[in-house]
Design a binder for this molecule. Structure first.
Ligand code: NAP
Length: 486
């Protein structure tokens, strides 16, 4: 195993939920796999007054919780040697002196500042780093979502961060792109010839992208009520998945070749404005129901949610892409909280045969379908028609499955593990470029505005269902159904 070049990873928000649940366990795994060189450091940063030992105790507890059976005392002791803590209040410029002291004399190390904090701290942190000469030319900065709440605020953050770090130093994370199955989707599309001739209008009937959560708003109600599902999920994760499905083959594996192609998709999205928004989008809000077999409260009864909130916890949209490849092929996107199960999948449904000479079921299940599942399991499944055994030529759908955990016994990287490695290697392929982000907001903003101007409240749905009936009608009108309704 070749370790990564020596680095200092400065984790702003080092005591927060994301750091404890995802980032630090991912770094522990990197250490366990031999990727952390002896002198590499992980510096947790937050406002809390904590000694190194107190911080290590918190990190250890979360590694034990979130790594489960992968946690090992000996490995923990090895990882702990890399971890340290610095108290910095990001809004107090003088506090950066403590961080400067920790980083002193290590300018030759690769340096990455991971900003796992609220986005209004992104610019002050970058400015604090610049004032104390910590943003060296070989530094990188990693920005977590949400990057603003609309195009204007996102542009403002990008502008201020861009004065300190060049675009090549800025890593905007969308952790969906770090998932193994998304990489496999790229392999399937651009490492094989099989699908390319079929990957277009005339061959593809429609595409569905679902990111369903069983959880409600949990501890993030305050943040969520300001944000809603459109900004929290569609603007980033769902549009990024759509880009991966819809983009043209990049000419090379160069990061910008891929990002150029994704940008073209975002710019080809047919704008949704005014009445179109009401016709082609559905927003919902969950009411009391059940999750995991237990009763749960509705969104308006969640702690920290105002009881007249109109924030959407569910969105479904019909999206059209005005390009030669895709015009006329509807893409349906759907995401929500408190849905029936945790499920992220992309479903590409192909056109039917022009003439059927065999007896076959006359149902949508009989169409060729490619299902790319990202959660809970990562798999790719292709539905084809095959002959049912017996004398008569009767066709029935069967699935050709590629279950990655069955097929490849090699350990798989968690999304944050991969993305952190890419940051430390300087590979920008799976990170959003500024123009991509702004094009996504440009498409999203008019939808939000049309909703805000409408008197219509979000449609309610029972927690534990698949969302409002209107979401089924959105596809039903076009003669289709969500895969779970087939
Ligand atoms: P969190 O649990 O509220 O943690 C926030 C962290 O920021 C804490 O470590 C906090 O520590 C620190 N902090 C707050 N104000 C600070 C300041 N002025 N100076 C220095 N540190 C400060 O939030 P989170 O859930 O980890 O999320 C962090 C960011 O990632 C948010 O923007 C969130 O939207 C985004 N995100 C989170 C998730 C997730 O699953 N949690 C997923 C995707 C994106 P102190 O209070 O000690 O300062």
């Amino acid at each position: 195993m070749q370790p990564l070049p020596t680095f200092d990873l400065v984790l702003f928000g080092g005591t927060g939920d994301l750091a404890m649940r995802k980032l630090l366990p991912a770094l522990y795994r990197r250490k366990a796999s031999g990727y952390l060189s002896a002198k590499s450091r992980v510096l947790g940063v937050a406002r809390s007054e904590l000694s190194r030992d107190e911080y290590l105790a918190q990190v250890q507890a979360s590694c034990q919780t979130y790594l489960g059976k992968d946690y090992d005392e000996k490995r923990w002791a090895e990882f702990a040697q890399h971890v340290d803590y610095v108290k910095v209040d990001a809004s107090a410029p003088e506090d950066f002196a403590g961080l400067k002291k920790k980083l002193e004399g290590c300018d030759e190390h690769g340096r990455a500042f991971f900003l796992s904090v609220a986005p209004d701290l992104f610019a002050p942190i970058c400015e604090g780093l610049a004032t104390h000469s910590l943003a060296t030319p070989n530094s990188r900065v990693v920005l977590e979502k949400p990057l603003g709440h609309d195009q204007a605020s996102s542009a403002q953050i990008n502008e201020r961060v861009g004065r300190i770090f060049s675009e090549q130093q800025i890593f905007r994370i969308d952790h969906y792109l770090g998932k193994e199955t998304v990489q496999n989707l790229l392999a399937l599309r651009f490492g094989n010839t099989l699908f390319e001739p079929l990957w277009r209008r005339g061959r593809v009937k429609h595409v569905q992208i679902t990111v369903a959560e069983e959880l409600g708003v949990e501890r993030r109600a305050g943040f969520y009520d300001e944000t809603g599902a459109l900004r929290d999920m569609v603007q980033n994760h769902l549009l990024q998945l759509l880009c991966i499905i819809a983009m043209e083959p990049p000419a090379t594996s160069d990061p910008d070749a891929m990002r150029d192609e994704k940008l073209k998709v975002l710019r080809a999205l047919r704008p949704l404005r005014g009445r179109d928004v009401l016709h082609k989008t559905v927003r919902g809000q969950y009411k009391a129901g059940a999750a995991g077999g237990k009763p749960v409260v509705g969104y308006l009864d969640e702690k920290d949610v105002p009881n007249d909130s109109k924030t959407e916890t569910f969105v479904a949209l019909r999206v059209d892409i005005d390009s030669w490849r895709w015009v006329g092929v509807p893409f349906y996107l759907r995401t929500g909280k408190r849905l029936q199960e945790k499920l992220s999948e992309i479903v590409v449904t192909f056109e039917d045969v022009p003439l059927s000479i065999y007896e076959r079921p006359d149902t949508p299940q009989a169409l060729n379908r490619l299902v790319i599942q990202l959660q809970p399991d990562e798999s790719i499944e292709l539905t084809v028609l095959a002959k049912f055994p017996g004398e008569v030529m009767r066709l029935r759908p069967v699935n050709l499955s590629l279950d990655f955990s069955e097929t490849f016994k090699a350990p798989r990287l968690d999304a944050y593990e991969r993305l952190l490695t890419d940051v430390l290697k300087g590979n920008l392929t799976l990170f959003m470029r500024r123009d991509e982000l702004e094009a996504a907001w440009q498409w999203i903003d008019p939808i939000r505005q049309a909703w805000d101007q409408s008197d219509e409240a979000p449609k309610t749905y029972t927690a534990g269902s698949w969302g409002p009936a209107a979401a089924s009608a959105l596809l039903g009108r076009d003669g289709f159904a969500w895969r779970n309704e087939l």
